[in-house]
Structures are given as structure tokens and as C-alpha cells.
Design a protein around this ligand. Structure first.
Ligand code: PLP
Length: 411
């Protein structure tokens, strides 16, 4: 029988056991999955945790099943706390990264004229949420300028804006969905801590791809999903809330009986932990799948993952850059494993379908996902390829070859 632990990185061993990791990943047999920035392929332990729990629910009852698995459910918080360098009481489950983000925003008592300081590369749904807050509450949205040549946010300029505006919220997306840009979230965080500004980080594309430490970043709030580079199930996410933010009394607008106690007919009291951002009802099979995914990532090791994953993407980017008619679009000195490019002569959907037909999973990004970034790059769409550590160099070369072939057969 295969050793269940053989896939994992042991101590000083710098290399991942790709054979074992791929054997743990049923999807590897079916597709070349370069859409990990959409949803990573779940490994067997994640699938197993979820299926086992669904069976248990069907067998003994939903409430009884969650009670029987209380310790494993709690491991959702414990495992994420270990991953992020915090404590279980600072983690809240959410149905998605966007759900976590909306809950976080709802905790802020925005007043007309309050400033949200953000970047030109923040995630589309976050930008829409800021615009909605502007419409409803009259907040002002200030976008910090970028460095030249797509190098990401100019931290010095952002710090000047922090001092000038004293924003109610500073919000930065670590790695946007529409490119491999890695924003300097810890540098921004240092300024936020110095000025005592509330700091929200969207780490949806970085958690599971890099070590992400909330203290090092200096954020008050951090959101992500479990389905992307963490390889958890769909319909999951989480919110980190710092002790500072909890002590300051931040709580979501729509708090429920899980997040608060109804202590008197006219009074409720939020619970002390980040559970105040959760709801009473949990999708328990999903929560258990997430905990299994986080444990899996921790066992594989975030350092080896962070060495291998962006390097695979770098290999792909380099090959694509050499293809006539292809323009790679990822800025910054050390891009993440999101490889984006424009290709001459193709429309978006037919191009993706041509890759689908070759068994290669990819994703499209459109101008409406990235109004600033795509205007700067003068593209209306791009294709995104996002490998993960369990992908192989051979797969990278196959994908690059497929793009080269399609670029040479322009429709
Ligand atoms: C950077 C970033 N933030 C947030 C999200 C939203 O995540 P979810 O779909 O879980 O709400 C995404 C999804 O692609 C993303 O890439």
C-alpha cells in the first residue's frame, strides 16, 4: 500500500515527491490543470474528508454528525491559524473570499467623506464594493499610483497619501486575479502600523502559494478562499481578524446568534473571537475539506511550494514570451504563478476553447475585471495559466507548445 505520508516534505528535504503528490491528485490523470488560480485540484484527503462527512450526515443526522466531528471542525480554525501565524480565535469561516471581504467591510462604520485608500490592482469585486460604499455612504476612494512599467503600487506614494488623507481603511490585494503581480503588502503594512490605520488584505491568490504571515504583513483583516492554491473545496473562504480589531469592537453588520449572545431583550454582546464574523450554519463537509486542505499544504510545506510554483510559472512565461504574436503581461520583479498573456489574431472564447480541446484548463480575464490594469496594458482580454506545485515541467512545455501552435495558426 502507498505510504500516505510519502508525498510530504520532510525536514531538510528540499524536493517535493511529485509522483506521490500527483498520485494523491485524481485530476492529474484527466487534465493538464493550469487553472489553480480559479480552483486548485483537490487532493484525496480533501475529497475523503468531505465524502466521509456527507456519508456520516446521511447516516446519523446532520447535527449529530457535526457534534461527532467537533474536534475536526475546530481544526479548520487551528490549521489556518498555524498557516497564517495566528491563533484559532482570530479565524472565521466564510462561504467565499468575497463573503469574508463583505463581512469585513460591513464592520466599518463608514461616514461621508471617509477615505478608502487602495490600489489600481485591487480585485474587481473589492473595487465594486468600494464604489457601492461610495454610492451609499459617500466615502471617497483614493487609488495609490503605480510604479512605472507595471511594477505594482508605489509604496512611498501610498504612504504620502496615508498621511494626507488618514484613510478609514487601507485595502490591498496581495496578488490580483488578472496578473501575476505581487504587491508589497508587508511594506504597506509597516506604514499602516506606524500610522495606526485599519488595513485589509485580500490574499486570495497568495494563500497556499506562499507563506503568508499576518503579523509580518501587519494587517488587521485578511481574506482568502480555500479553493485556489490551498486546493480546498469550492464554496469556502475565511477572514482573519487581528486582536487589535477584535478589541476595538469591530463586528459585522449582520451579526447572528453564533457571533453574539442575546443577553437581554434589548441587548446583545458579540463573542470575543473572530467567530463573531461567522454564521450559525456551516457547510460542515466543506469546512472539514478545508481543514484537510490546509493540513495538506502544511505537510507539503509552504516554503517548497513557494519555491516550485512561481518557478514553474516562470518557465512557462519565458517560453510564451518567445512565441511570435504572444505578449506576456505580468509585471513586478517576481511574479506569482499567474501567467497572463495576450495573443494576436484570436478572440477570447475560441482561444480558450482551443486549449480546452487539448485537455488544458485555463481561464480568461476581461477588461471589466481590471479596468486600470488592462487599460494600461491596452488589452481587452487575456488568457491566464496558473500552474501549481503538482504540475510538471513536461506539462509546462506541453502547454507552451500548444500556445505556440495556436499562435501560428491564427484564425
Ligand atoms: C484576488 C482575488 N480576490 C478575491 C477573489 C474572490 O474570491 P471568491 O470567488 O472566493 O469570492 C478572487 C477570485 O478569483 C481573487 O482572485
Amino acid at each position: 500500500m502507498r505510504n500516505e505520508n510519502s508525498a510530504f516534505n520532510h525536514g531538510a528535504e528540499p524536493l517535493l515527491d511529485l509522483t506521490a503528490l500527483r498520485a494523491d491528485t485524481p485530476g492529474c490523470e484527466a487534465v493538464i490543470h493550469f487553472n489553480n488560480a480559479g480552483a486548485g485540484l483537490m487532493p484525496r484527503p480533501v475529497l475523503g474528508a468531505m465524502l466521509d462527512h456527507l456519508r456520516l450526515e446521511a447516516t446519523i443526522g446532520g447535527y449529530e454528525a457535526s457534534a461527532a466531528r467537533a474536534a475536526e471542525v475546530e481544526d479548520f480554525h487551528a490549521s489556518l491559524a498555524e498557516l497564517l501565524g495566528t491563533r484559532p480565535g482570530n479565524i472565521a469561516f466564510a462561504a467565499s473570499a468575497t463573503h469574508a471581504y463583505a463581512k469585513a467591510l460591513s464592520a466599518i462604520d463608514f461616514r461621508p467623506g471617509d477615505v478608502i485608500l487602495t490600489t489600481r490592482n485591487d480585485f474587481v469585486s473589492n473595487q465594486i464594493a468600494f464604489l457601492s460604499l461610495r454610492r451609499r455612504h459617500g466615502v471617497r476612494i483614493v487609488h495609490a499610483p503605480d510604479l512605472p512599467d507595471g511594477g505594482g503600487v508605489d509604496v512611498d506614494a501610498m504612504a504620502v497619501l496615508m498621511r494626507a488623507h488618514r484613510p478609514r481603511l487601507v485595502a490591498v490585494t496581495h496578488v490580483p486575479t488578472n496578473s501575476g503581480l505581487v504587491q508589497p503588502v508587508a511594506e504597506v503594512g509597516r506604514h499602516c502600523r506606524e500610522l495606526d490605520l485599519l488595513y485589509l488584505v485580500d490574499a486570495c491568490q497568495s494563500v497556499g502559494q506562499y507563506p503568508v504571515d499576518v503579523d509580518r504583513i501587519g494587517c488587521d483583516l485578511l481574506t482568502a478562499t480555500c479553493r485556489k492554491f490551498l486546493r480546498g473545496p469550492r464554496g469556502s473562504g475565511f477572514l482573519y481578524v487581528s486582536d487589535r480589531a477584535l478589541a476595538a469592537g469591530y463586528e459585522p453588520l449582520h451579526i447572528d446568534m453564533h457571533g453574539a449572545r442575546w443577553v437581554a431583550p434589548g441587548h446583545y454582546r458579540p463573542v470575543a473571537t473572530a467567530a463573531r464574523f461567522e454564521e450559525w450554519e456551516f457547510p460542515y463537509a466543506t469546512v472539514l475539506g478545508c481543514a484537510a486542505a490546509v493540513r495538506y499544504a502544511l505537510r507539503v510545506g509552504l516554503e517548497p511550494i513557494a519555491r516550485r510554483t512561481p518557478a514553474l510559472a516562470g518557465r512557462l512565461r519565458e517560453q510564451l514570451a518567445a512565441v511570435p504574436g504572444v505578449r506576456t503581461l505580468d509585471g513586478g520583479p517576481d511574479p506569482a504563478a499567474l501567467v497572463t498573456f495576450a495573443i494576436e489574431g484570436w478572440e477570447a472564447e475560441p482561444f480558450k476553447e482551443a486549449l480546452d480541446a487539448r485537455g488544458i484548463n485555463s481561464a480568461l480575464s476581461y477588461r471589466e475585471f481590471a479596468q486600470f490594469d488592462f487599460a494600461d496594458k491596452e488589452v481587452s482580454w487575456c488568457l491566464r495559466l496558473s500552474p501549481h506545485y503538482y504540475n510538471t515541467e513536461d506539462e509546462v512545455d506541453t502547454v507552451a507548445g500548444a500556445v505556440a501552435e495556436l499562435a501560428g495558426s491564427i484564425r
